[in-house]
Design a protein around this ligand. Sequence first.
Ligand SMILES: NC(=O)c1ccc[n+]([C@@H]2O[C@H](COP(=O)([O-])OP(=O)(O)OC[C@H]3O[C@@H](n4cnc5c(N)ncnc54)[C@H](OP(=O)(O)O)[C@@H]3O)[C@@H](O)[C@H]2O)c1
Length: 304
Amino acid sequence: MRHESILVIGGSGFIGSHIVAGLAASGRRVIVPTRRLVRARHLWVMPTVQVIETDVFEPQTMNRLLAKVDAVINLVGVLHSRPGRPWGPAFERAHVELPRRIVAACERQGVTRCLHMCALGADSQGPSMYLRSKAAGERIMLEAPGLQVTSFRPSVVFGPEDNFLNMFVKLQSLLPVLALGGLHAKFQPVYVGDLAQALINALDQSETYGKVYELTGPQVYSMKELLHLSGVYSGHPRPVIGLPDTLARIQAFFLEHLPGGPLMSRDNLDSMKSDNVASGQYPVPAGWRPTPLEAVAPDYLARR
Ligand SMILES: NC(=O)c1ccc[n+]([C@@H]2O[C@H](COP(=O)([O-])OP(=O)(O)OC[C@H]3O[C@@H](n4cnc5c(N)ncnc54)[C@H](OP(=O)(O)O)[C@@H]3O)[C@@H](O)[C@H]2O)c1
């Protein structure tokens, strides 16, 4: 069955914008709720995309949105929260409470198809609040009776608007030397275009129902290698010095309390205690041929 009208919650974000563009290009009707209309202005011009400023935590809103679609994609995620056990309040709201609300509303509105964005390394016993809360949200989705869910666990995602390599470039353009913790942490970065296509392909494939997929790129890099590459590609590589754990945590504490919002947190450092690489516990999508970082990143980082 081809799903023709899709609610993309979190569709205004970095990954969501690529998924929404792909769905629209395939002629589907897409609804994107956002808390701030202006944040999704790049989607306004797409003819089959309707952007609505609303609060998806409001039960009547969620009912109304789901009444108009035959599938839902949940991409909502946050990187920072105040501390808490087993995770902080912002993680609870975005990663756990929202999936619960989506499940309940889907049941009420008779929507049965759902794609869910989790994260590589999500684990109820994981080292960070982010990873533990992501695992809880995925479980709620997968265990929902009557819902046909496919969940995706990407490593860190790169692409022109990413908040990862671009942040490394920004730091290197501002500072003569970088002193950071977690330099030995491993990542297997995946290209946003590949990730978006994997979700769009899965939407109508019944063989993906109830499955979890790991989405990783072709190569593993340490954080230090990624810092170096982003410096080289953008034209201003800086020396990188590793900080011992205690100093890295003190640094992260200060970066958590920046006036414009956190740049990095102690919880982010905790996430890096486990390598962000394919575990092999979950399959990759059929025909998965990921784009190498070297094929895409030099171009967009050089333009910064
Ligand atoms: N980027 C990566 O490297 C990466 C790696 C692994 C997993 N993921 C997962 O992929 C998903 C998308 O990531 P992204 O990088 O595209 O994130 P993003 O650019 O920060 O976008 C996040 C989206 O979630 C929505 N959102 C956030 N908090 C919300 C809240 N409290 N209530 C309602 N909406 C909220 C935002 O909508 P508004 O328009 O309302 O702001 C936005 O559309 C997340 O679940 C993330 O955990 C990302």
